[in-house]
Design a protein around this ligand. Structure first.
Ligand code: ATP
Ligand code: MG
Length: 270
């Protein structure tokens, strides 16, 4: 990619939803892979002590010598702690169970919600995109992600209670925007694990359109077994089976996100 079209400052996105098992990690991994495939330099930050984004990117979470934990407590820089994944081709700031202790360490630190942001500021000219995989909680870890981010991407399954849970997250985003991070915006809601045969999913999808309008991404990620299989091979679905419906959908999502950003940038400049 030519230097001239490369953004000077990396775009940082949180993949967040406090509901568990909705496809955050699958989205974080495959969006990182899609952007990499589009020629962007990407850092994936695993902010979840479960370490699923780490494993799914092909790194052994029990063997990594440095993780996001050392970065959050100020022991290492991101440049020191990030690893390049051979199978995924992007950089990963890994996580494992050790990170659950960070919550306790952070509570006593000054500026505790700003730790990730300060660390990321030092590498802002290294990456085009930083994708943060958040845990299924609205915890101090997620707060660090939201303070560091330019925007939030919410993956959601079109199920009956999905919209209800969403309001807590949207309220948290608004609070962080008002009090801690005036750059933060809701980039969009991504429909994942979608099954067109289920009438209820269609109905919830329509509700979502009415509620969020053009904040709902056009790309819809289908339920696809190849996406579910890929993590056990440590390869993002986008690379594991590029011709699968799931692999193609995440690549399309990467393209949609990039073109949305280009469009918004143009509108801002007038
Ligand atoms: P947690 O809240 O525990 O962090 P999560 O929101 O990160 O979960 P994932 O781990 O991405 O959710 O997905 C939950 C499960 O659903 C996983 O087993 C994953 O492989 C599967 N899955 C995610 N997206 C799809 C899809 N589009 N098609 C089929 N299976 C999927
Ligand atoms: Mg996850």
């Amino acid at each position: 990619m030519a230097e001239s079209v490369k953004p000077k400052v990396s775009k940082v996105f949180c993949i967040a939803n406090q509901k568990g098992g909705v496809g955050k990690t699958t989205t974080a991994i495959n969006l990182s892979a899609a952007l990499t495939k589009l020629g962007k330099k990407v850092l994936l930050i695993d902010l979840d002590p479960q370490g699923n984004a780490t494993t799914g990117s092909g790194l052994d979470k029990t063997q990594v010598d440095s993780t996001i934990y050392e970065v959050l407590i100020g022991e290492k820089t991101i440049a020191e702690a990030a690893k390049t994944s051979e199978s995924a081709k992007y950089d990963v700031l890994a996580s494992n169970r050790e990170l659950s202790g960070a919550e306790i360490d952070l509570v006593n630190m000054e500026d505790r919600e700003n730790q990730l942001k300060s660390a990321l500021d030092k590498v802002s000219d290294v990456y085009d995109f930083v994708i943060i995989d958040c845990p299924p909680t609205l915890s101090l870890l997620t707060l660090n992600g939201l303070v560091a981010a330019d925007g939030v991407i919410i993956p959601m399954q079109c199920e009956y209670f999905a919209l209800e849970g969403l309001s807590d997250l949207v309220n948290t985003i608004k609070r962080v925007y008002r009090n801690l991070n005036p750059k933060l915006s809701l980039i969009g809601v991504l429909r994942v694990m979608f099954d067109t045969r289920v009438t209820l999913q269609q109905q919830v999808s329509e509700q979502l359109d009415r509620h969020f309008g053009d904040r709902v991404f056009e790309t819809v990620i289908p339920r696809n077994v190849r996406l579910a299989e890929a993590p056990s091979h440590g390869i993002p679905g986008v690379f594991y089976d590029p011709s699968s419906r799931g692999g193609k959908a995440y690549l399309a999502f990467g393209k949609e996100l990039v073109s949305r950003l280009v469009k918004e940038e143009k509108e801002r400049k007038g």
